[in-house]
Design a binder for this molecule. Sequence first.
Ligand SMILES: Cc1cc2nc3c(=O)[nH]c(=O)nc-3n(C[C@H](O)[C@H](O)[C@H](O)COP(=O)(O)O)c2cc1C
Length: 588
Amino acid sequence: MINQEEKKIALETAEKLKSRYEQPKAALMPLLYEVQARDGYISPEAENEVAELLGISPTEVHESVTFYPLLFEKPVGKYHIQFCHNISCSLLGAEPLIDLLQKELGVGQGEVTEDGLFSYQRAECLGCCADAPVMLINEELFGRLNEETVRRIIEQIRAGKKPDNYTPLTETNEIEDPVLSFNFRVPNASNLKIAEARGAYKAMRTVLSEFEPEKIIETIKSAGLRGMGGAGFPAGLKWSFVPKDPSLTKYLCVNCDESEPGTFKDREIMRRDPHRLIEASVITAKAFGASRAYVYIRREFYEEKKIFEKALKEAYEAGFLGENILDSGVSVDIYTHPGAGAYICGEETGLINSIEGKKGWPRIKPPFPAVVGLFNKPTVVNNVETLSNIPYIINNGVEAYRKRGTEKSPGTKLFGVSGHVKRPGIYELPMGFSLRELIYGICGGITEGRALKAVIPGGSSVPVLKADEIDVDLDFDSLEAVGTYLGSGGVIVMDDSVSMPWVLEVLARFYAHESCGQCTPCREGVVWMYEILHRMNSGRGRKGDLELLLDLANNVEGQTICPLGAAAAWPVQAMLKKFPDEFKRLCR
Ligand SMILES: Cc1cc2nc3c(=O)[nH]c(=O)nc-3n(C[C@H](O)[C@H](O)[C@H](O)COP(=O)(O)O)c2cc1C
């Protein structure tokens, strides 16, 4: 039972949160997190309380509580551990560490220790793949874990001490005239004074005082900036689809859901250069007439969200956000909105539904968000990295931006490399950079003197490349020409000790877990793909399994509202084609 004082606080919090949105229900997720922080979990009574505060039905609240993995329906330990078991972490030994953790704690997945101190859950990718294996304890990330560090962290917490920090700063490169990583190596560049001294908000000032919306759109179109969230859609073109009617409210949604395994670029931008994203968001908002932006940040990015919110506060105080920015007549508010551990919310219409306080089910398109989006208003959804290119383009001009990259994939891109390389990290490189050079040059080659076996070049969903296929350039067209995709630029490298059926099982487990359940082919088919792979890898493969697996993949691809089904099917199709013998051996 909550007391009167807690009731009053909840009411005030709800009112404050509701004021950020056009519809009260949109405050659901942030309000549920407040309640979860207060009570430790979300009880049926708390669901009723939240429903009343938002004026919605308890069923609507329950629907979200049961959909999102990071809303807890029962109490967790004082220290709740999320251990990543996805591909980049598993390649570097996550499974034995999870076994060890379980032994140390004496509890299984989802259980709480008797003293109430610990609970743990397996997590899908935590978006910190260069520092694998990683775990989150409450809001703190621990990386590059091994047996000794896992044991020590648990011991330190048990002894009431603050555990040592095991999260090294993700490795980056130096590149001449950086577009995206300009501030990555600068200490405290998330601080406004330091960022401003290095040119932050210069492009915003130029645009606010000199550019009409049409000129912004034309500049970004001529630069050829493409979407970095995976699909590569031209940013300026997307903005141009938004109706011009000034009486319509319009929204910008910035996609920082970043949950595709192997992907951790947006995280670095949020951590190391948040002001670049804020500046870019204001420029984008002016381009198509948005007055509000929501930055959707995956829940697991606790630190990044804090850094970004601090930067937002600084920007408001400096007059770079809010009403009539720098006397330009342009007003833009930016709010963060938290995710809750569901990959599907990275899909743009799933993201919109999630902001609206619903489960993250993708919408049927058309209508496209540019016309009917958030709260049914014209909306642009752009990725963090896409937008972060904009200040450079405005400051340096289209020609300077196009000097690097290729005709159809201009500029530079952040590539996140994880797995069996000597120097995993986040590297800004010109589009069209050689994949071989990235692996063997920048990343120092394969660990422990082993040979390369395979590379997934663009996040877990894109088709795998064999070791003899890495003489390819990293840009949208070159990768498509060899049957794969640039995707999110998450490069996952595997050495010759790795079993491909095992890799595929790990990936299929992810998609089975993340299927939102809306479309039957995906809900059923993706789970079956995982079940078959699990059976094969457990020594129970059957004759005909490969044909069945391929048939399932072919019948999921293209049969769903959003491309998650395809994203689950592509790895299966490619692995079976490229490594058939390894799979055949398991089916007798
Ligand atoms: C299942 C799924 C997950 C996605 N996850 C993300 C994501 O985490 N971040 C992102 O920017 N785009 C993601 N996308 C792509 C978005 O739907 C959308 O294309 C993108 O946010 C548009 O921004 P851009 O044009 O700037 O790339 C995802 C798509 C699908 C189908």
